[in-house]
Structures are given as structure tokens and as C-alpha cells.
Design a binder for this molecule. Structure first.
Ligand SMILES: [Zn+2]
Length: 442
């Protein structure tokens, strides 16, 4: 199921969780009924951005820091377990000839090639989901409860897993039918057209996700509180973003995490923030988070990340072309797999692609993290809330290690670390940029 979701939603709604917070000495132009944040003494003027950053980080008690470090570092291992499990499933399906038998079964049912792919794909998705389920229970349910993130009991959680499976069972076979169609009609250049298929379905997925998929899991409604909505819409107007609505969604039914996101493509693009964020953050924090999300919109990050993902798949398919036939020469007879256009070879295709994406982890994470940093820069310049930025970065640090090593951040972080974000905020604050008709330093 993981694999299904990865392929289907690779390009979709990248989580643009965010940033920030509030200041006693840089008053927001908007009134807020929420409590003001305590700004550490060394961060009040941020004359020394390094010391100010450290002062913010030091406000987090050691036990909380240890907990979020352990949570995030556990994720590194989860990455490995997911890869090993998915590789084991692929090898099992090939070695046991379950894959070849599924293909034979599909060929008996119909003589239409495209329909054979569909009849292969449906049980393939189902079997993969069942075999992956124990790890899904640990990763998404047990572990999330261990660390106090999850708010769901097993029943509703399981219900959502079933919905995800149904979505995968509907859409993934369609993607595979299209993919194997180009594998059949372009035996020499399938890797090129395969990339095109993935890119097109990625864009379609992004387009339909906010309208048809996201509402299956959460209720989205227009934010109506004018004290929150109007300051957000003011920033949108200031940046020529054509929206008259901001959405909130009830993430608290699943998790305690605060987050916001931009989802959609062309006409369906919308900016949404979750109810945890609304409940726990001050207006300056909320403004910074939403300014960050607007940054994704203004800087065309949806299109940019779609292009990156397509390039990654392009290289992945090139590598597949290099290895697929060689592996088949040795094992093809034993596995009952004929060639790239044979759906029985899907587990091998999946195995090669997952090895590649595991090795690509640092590059993939860095491509997203650098994009997130651009949105951070847009956000701080739009919200002008360095203390809000710092405070929200600490809140996001509840589930993302605050102060990682340099290489650790490059390899594993798909968003800047809390330390990097707070440093950006304090550097911004220390620069005392002039602000139009307002004297510099305010
Ligand atoms: Zn973001």
C-alpha cells in the first residue's frame, strides 16, 4: 500500500508544514486575542543571531528535545525497514512465481492486453498491501501513539487505511494499464514515454487530490474568523494571489501535529491550515505559516517539484532499462517473466525503482528542502515576524529533530531543521530592514 501511495501521490500535495511566531518588540499590525509569546532575552534584539538562535533552542526542555530526536531518528530506520520489506515482497512474488501465476490468470480471463494488466494489477496491489500491513500498523499507529502524536483509536485508523487501499485499488491499476501500454508500443523508448505517463498522472493526481481524495479523510471548510482570515487574505492581496478563501481542516481527528499545506494544480490549488495550528499558535505564527504556503504558490513550487519528480523517474527508468533485461537473462525463466512489457515483471520493476529511490534519498530530500527554504525566505519577508517564525519552528520541532548534524540534515530532512529556520529568522531580525514609511528597526 505504501508503494501504491508513493507512486500515486508522489507529486501531490507536498506537505508544506511551516514555521513561526511572535514578538514582544515587533508588534503585529493586527490585533490578536491569542497570548503573546515569550521571546528569550538574547533574541529580543538579535544583535548576535547565533546567540539568539541558541537562546530559542534552549527554551526547549532536555526531555522534550530527547523525545523529538528519538522520534525523528526512528524515522531513519523506518525508511530502511520500508525498503527492505518492499524488496522482500518483490523477491517473494518473483521467486514463488505468484507474479507469473497472476499474469497467467489475467491472460486466461481476457485476450485484451490492457485488461490483462488491470487483472494483474488489482491482486498485485491487494497482496502488497496485506504483506505491508504489519509495518504500517507499527509505523502509522503504534509508533504515533507511543510518541503521543496520534489521536485516533484503532477502529477509525483502520477505516482510513481501508479507504486508502480502495483509492489505490481504483487508481493504481489505471496508471499501470497506461504504463504497460507504452511498454508494449515503444519497446525501445519505453523509458522516455514511461516518464511522460508518470508526469501526466502526477499532474492529474495533483489536480484531483484536493477535490476528491483529501475530503475522504478530513473536512475542509472556509476559515470564517475575521481576526485570522483577514490578515491572511491581506498578505495574499499584497502578493497578487487570487484567493478569497482560506481553508481549515480537522487534522486533530488524526494527529496533534500542527501543519498547513498547499495542494492542487491549476484551478484546484488552495491553501489550507489545520485546526491544531489554529488552536495552538498566535496570529504572528499563523501569518508566518500562511506566508510560507503563499511562497510555494508564488514561486511555482508545484510545477517545479513536478519537474524534479519527473526527472527522478526519467533517470530511474534509464537505470531500469540498463538492469532489467540483464537480470531477466539470468532469472527470467525461473520467474516466468518475459520482458519489460510483461506485467509479471512488475515486482522486478518495483525492486529496481525502490533501490534507486533509496539511494536517491539525500538528493530527493534536498530538492524539497531547498524549495522549502525558498518558501521560508518568502514567508519571513511577507509576514515580517521573525519571532513568530522562531516560535513556530520550535513547535514543528516536536516531530522534527531541532538541531541535527550537517550531513544528517542533508540526507534525511525534507524541510529545514528548526535550528536552520530560527537562524534564518534571527538573521532577518538582526538585519533591521527598513520598512517603507516605518522607521527601520521596527
Ligand atoms: Zn513548505
Amino acid at each position: 500500500m505504501k508503494r501504491a501511495v508513493i507512486v500515486l501521490f508522489l507529486f501531490v500535495a507536498f506537505d508544506l508544514s511551516a514555521l513561526v511566531v511572535r514578538a514582544q518588540n515587533s508588534p503585529s499590525p493586527f490585533p490578536s486575542s491569542t497570548p503573546k509569546l515569550e521571546v528569550p532575552a538574547a533574541a529580543v534584539n538579535a544583535h548576535d543571531p547565533g546567540a539568539a538562535t541558541k537562546a530559542w533552542l534552549d527554551t526547549v526542555p532536555a526531555d522534550k528535545r530527547a523525545r523529538s530526536d528519538a522520534y525523528f531518528e526512528g524515522g531513519y530506520w523506518i525508511l530502511l525497514w520500508n525498503f527492505l520489506l518492499s524488496a522482500a515482497i518483490s523477491i517473494f512474488l518473483l521467486q514463488s512465481r505468484v507474479s507469473a501465476r497472476l499474469r497467467d490468470f489475467a491472460e486466461q480471463i481476457t485476450r485484451f492486453k490492457w485488461l490483462q494488466v488491470w487483472f494483474y494489477a488489482v491482486p498485485f496491489v491487494l497482496i502488497s498491501a496485506i504483506l505491508s500491513f504489519p509495518l504500517a500498523i507499527y509505523e502509522d499507529f503504534v509508533r504515533e501513539h507511543q510518541y503521543g502524536m496520534a489521536t485516533q483509536t484503532f477502529g477509525p485508523w483502520f477505516g482510513e487505511q481501508l479507504i486508502t487501499l480502495i483509492v489505490a485499488l481504483i487508481f493504481l491499476p489505471i496508471v499501470l494499464v497506461a504504463l504497460y501500454w507504452v511498454f508494449r508500443i515503444a519497446p525501445k523508448s519505453w523509458w522516455l514515454w514511461g516518464t511522460a505517463v508518470i508526469a501526466v498522472f502526477g499532474m492529474l493526481g495533483s489536480f484531483f487530490f484536493p477535490v476528491y481524495i483529501a475530503p475522504l479523510f478530513n473536512k475542509y471548510k472556509a476559515l470564517t474568523d475575521p481576526t485570522i482570515r483577514d490578515p491572511i487574505l491581506a498578505m495574499a492581496r499584497a502578493n497578487e494571489i487570487p484567493v478569497d478563501q482560506v481553508y481549515e481542516f480537522d487534522a486533530s481527528r488524526q494527529t496533534k501535529r500542527i501543519s498547513a499545506n498547499v495542494a492542487g494544480f491549476l484551478g484546484t490549488t488552495r491553501i489550507a491550515l489545520n485546526d491544531n495550528l489554529l488552536k495552538r499558535c498566535t496570529l504572528p505564527e499563523i501569518r508566518q505559516v500562511m506566508a510560507h504556503e503563499m511562497g510555494h504558490y508564488v514561486l511555482n513550487h508545484g510545477a517545479k517539484l513536478t519537474i524534479y519528480s519527473s526527472l527522478f523517474f526519467f533517470v530511474g527508468f534509464l537505470l531500469t532499462r540498463a538492469f532489467f533485461d540483464k537480470i531477466l537473462q539470468r532469472w527470467g525463466t525461473r520467474w516466468g517473466v518475459r520482458d519489460i512489457a510483461d506485467p509479471a515483471g512488475l515486482p522486478l520493476l518495483s525492486l529496481i525503482i525502490s533501490v534507486y529511490f533509496l539511494l536517491l534519498t539525500p538528493i530527493q530530500n534536498s530538492s524539497v528542502r531547498i524549495t522549502e527554504r525558498e518558501a521560508d525566505a518568502f514567508g519571513i519577508n511577507t509576514s515580517r515576524e521573525p519571532d513568530g517564525f522562531a516560535a513556530v519552528s520550535l513547535k514543528l520541532g516536536e516531530y522534527r529533530k531541532l538541531n541535527p548534524g550537517k550531513w544528517e540534515e542533508i540526507i534525511f530532512f525534507d524541510h529545514p531543521s528548526g535550528r536552520a529556520r530560527i537562524r534564518m529568522a534571527m538573521d532577518w531580525k538582526a538585519a533591521h530592514l527598513p520598512c517603507g514609511n516605518t522607521p527601520a528597526g521596527q
